[in-house]
Structures are given as C-alpha cells and as structure tokens.
Design a protein around this ligand. Structure first.
Ligand SMILES: [Zn+2]
Length: 447
C-alpha cells in the first residue's frame, strides 16, 4: 500500500463534473499527486515535460478514465448480507427481512462482515460513504474500526430507535442508553483519522423514534458539530403511520423540524412524498437530501421529484441504501437515477430527463456538497485531497479486444459507458487522500 507522502502520477482520460450538467475533460490527461493531494492536473505531455522522468512514477495502466471518487450518501452497514431479499414494501420488509439481520449484527458476525463491507465499497469505487450501523454501540465501534483500516472516508452512526426496536434493552431504558452510547461513539470517532472519519447521530425515522429521542439526538449533534442522518417520506404507509403518531405536526418534515433535526449537517434519505411546504423548509434549513433511486424502485416506494428538490436549491447526493438498494455500485445507482426520471417523463411530458453528466455530478461533487466536504473532495482540482478512481475503458466495451473503439470517445460517451456498463469489474484502482485503498487483481498481478 502506498504511503500518503509518496509522489506519483496517473495518466488517463480525466473527467469530472464541477457543476450540475457540465463536464470537464482531458482525453490525454495526467494528475500529479503529492502528500495526499492533487498537486497538478494537465495534459500528459505537458505534465511529463514539467516533471523529471526519474523523480516520479508514471505507471502505465493502459486506456483508463480517471474520475473523482464516488460518494454514497446513504447506506446501511449491517444490511448488506440481506440484499435483494423480500418482495414487500418498506414497513413489512423492515420487520420481516431487515430487523432480523440487524439484530444479529454484533460480536463475531459484525467483526467478520464490517471489513468485507468496506472492502466492497473500495472495490466499487466508493471513496466516501455515509452509513448507519445497527443499534448496538459495539456494531458502530466495529464499523468505524473497519472503516479506519480500509481507508474509506466514512461518516457512520449507531442506529437510534426507542419504539419497536429489535434489541433486548428494557423499553424504559432504551432512550437514555441510546443517547449515552451515541454520545460516547461521537466523542471517540468524530473527526478521527485527521478528518477521514465523522460521526452522524442517526435516529432511524419518525416511526421508531420518540420526540425525546429525536430532540436528544439533535442536541448532541449541535453540541459536537456532528452530522445527523435520518429517513424522510419514503413510503406512503410510513407517511400514514407518522401522521397518527405525531398528530400535532403539520406534516412529516415538521416532526423533524420541531425536534431540531433539520440542520446544515443533516442528510435526509429518500424525500419522495413531500409537499411544497416541506421542500421549502428543508431548503431554508440548508439540510441535504440523499436520493436513493435503486432502493426506491426495489421497494416500490415511488419516483422522486428530483427537479423540484433541485429547483429549491437543496443539495442532493446519491445513496445505494443497501439493502433497500440491491448493490453498493454507485454507477448502477446513477443509472437508476436516470431511469427514475425517464419513467416520470412518460406521465409528465414537459419534464427534462436526467442526463448522464448530471447523474455523475450527483455522485461526486453533488454528494460532496451535500456532506459539506466540497472544498476537500468531489472534483479533480489541484489542492483537493486525492480521492480518485481509475476505470478500465476496455472493460466497458462490448468487444473489448477492439482497442480502436476507444479512440474518439467524447467525455459524454465515456460517462454514459460507465453509467450503463461499469462496476467493480472495470474499477482498477481506488484512492483516498492519495493512498491506494484498492487495486484490481489484474493490475496487482501485472506490477
Ligand atoms: Zn436507508
């Protein structure tokens, strides 16, 4: 594994999405990385001339594309083993398939699965993840330890729920224990590893949380400057439940507003069934939204009105939402995001579909902005921390042996090929802060 003090360069088709809808590209480009940061970006010939051949490594990875690392703004560490399970909607699916899996996620099982989970993220090209652990303090501790070892930039939190929980704790004690354990985890892990790890207070959603718990979580997050993550307006049955449980609230979002959960450091998962007041309230609070299209399709939750959320000025990232979503691969999540908006155009003919370049923005710079990390990551600008992925372009082609097929590809072609055909089979290398945290066996065997 490379040390962060090393100085090296990567050559390839550089592509990033600095703004929604815009692509920036250098077909024969190169990036110089020094001390974990992007030191220079330019055309290969220029950069090579500027930097003495002997003073720097220029590994030849063949025809590759280099992107900023992919950002997953919403997923669940304990649920990965239960992907693609069940055919029901959210609430029965949680009871039948997810709570039993989360209940088991502690001790040896958590210690075995957590490192694999973070390895899978790196293998899929995810360099930053925001995730929920199970309800146990230990599950979150083990998760952070695995994240630290893996090198993946991670925001994690212990799942908080004091209604209908799956744990053994006496109902009377759940509230105080949940707050106490979350605080202890935050003190230990928030801003750890020089800022690679962060803590998120994580009340599951308004169906399983009392107002006291949500208020307590909000107060702790404010005290420590930590993140908050929760689910909002994912499914219609859930909306009904929340309406009955929180009778005095104006709407679902108001439940969180009243408890102080809408902050600049809040990530709201899903946000499918919102009224205009709720969208305005989220925008006013400068909270962010994690759009999880593959999960929304799997659980039949609905088609997110992405245009309305973006029009309100809300920062949006994408989430795999495993195990609601069937995979951690963010290229597939981008594809689902495009297909969800395309499906809407069948009923709303004036709607403009989501373009591949816009989906790439959401999975990189958009996610970085939603997490408040856009000065550090999300694009290929000099000065940013070197979170990058290297994609084997030939692995995306229908006839990979035809090397000439790569010649003449536009940046839009490459992004579309990645979204429709990329995945771990094409991901050659993953870097976080200039450290290589994953290398495909075919490259490792060659070196
Ligand atoms: Zn979720």
């Amino acid at each position: 594994m490379q040390s962060v003090t090393s100085r090296f360069a990567l050559r390839g088709f550089l592509i990033d999405a600095p703004d929604f809808g815009s692509l920036r590209a250098r077909p024969n480009g190169a990036i110089l990385i020094e001390n974990g940061r992007i030191a220079a970006v330019g055309d290969y010939d220029d950069l090579r001339r500027l930097h003495q051949p002997n003073s720097i490594q220029w590994p030849d990875l063949g025809p590759v594309a280099i992107f900023p690392g992919l950002i997953d703004c919403h997923t669940h560490l304990p649920q990965y083993s239960a992907v693609a399970r069940g055919e029901s909607e959210l609430l029965p699916w949680l009871r039948q398939h997810i709570f039993p899996v989360e209940r088991e996620f502690t001790g040896p099982k958590a210690r075995e699965e957590a490192p694999r989970f973070f390895h899978e993220l790196a293998r899929n090209g995810t360099t930053t993840v925001m995730a929920y652990a199970a309800i146990y303090e230990e599950s979150c501790d083990i998760g952070f330890e695995a994240a630290r070892r893996s090198g993946v930039r991670t925001i994690l939190g212990k799942m908080m729920m004091d209604h209908g929980s799956y744990g053994q704790t006496q109902p009377k004690k759940i509230l105080s224990i949940s707050l106490l354990e979350s605080e202890r985890l935050c003190r230990k892990w928030h801003k750890a590893e020089n800022g690679l790890l962060d803590y998120a207070f994580s009340p599951r959603f308004a169906v399983t949380c009392s107002e006291k718990l949500m208020r307590g979580a909000a107060e702790l997050a404010a005290r420590f400057g930590a993140y908050i993550q929760t689910h909002l307006a994912e499914n219609r049955e859930e909306l009904e439940k929340v309406r009955h449980l929180h009778m005095t609230a104006r709407d679902y979002t108001d439940v969180y507003e009243k408890c102080g959960l809408l902050t600049q450091r809040t990530m709201l998962g899903h946000c499918i069934h919102l009224n205009p007041r709720e969208i305005a309230a989220i925008a006013a609070a400068q909270s962010s939204v994690a759009h999880c299209p593959s999960s929304n399709l799997f659980l039949g939750s609905g088609l997110m009105k992405l245009d309305q959320i973006l029009k309100a000025g809300i920062n949006v990232g994408l989430g795999s939402d495993v195990a609601g979503g069937p995979e951690l691969d963010m290229w597939q999540v981008m594809r689902a995001a495009i297909e969800v908006q395309k499906a809407r155009t069948a009923y709303e003919p004036n709607l403009r579909p989501l373009r591949p370049s816009e989906a790439l923005y959401l999975a990189t710079r958009g996610g970085a902005r939603a997490l408040g990390k856009n000065t550090a990551i999300g694009t290929l600008d000099p000065g940013k921390e070197a979170d990058l992925i290297v994609i084997d372009l030939q692995a995306l082609l229908p006839y990979p042996q035809n090397r000439n097929a790569i010649v003449g590809l536009t940046p839009e072609d490459v992004v579309a090929l990645c979204i429709y055909r990329s995945g771990p089979h094409a991901n050659l290398e993953t870097y976080v802060r200039g450290r290589r945290i994953y290398q495909a066996p075919k490259v490792a065997n060659r070196v």
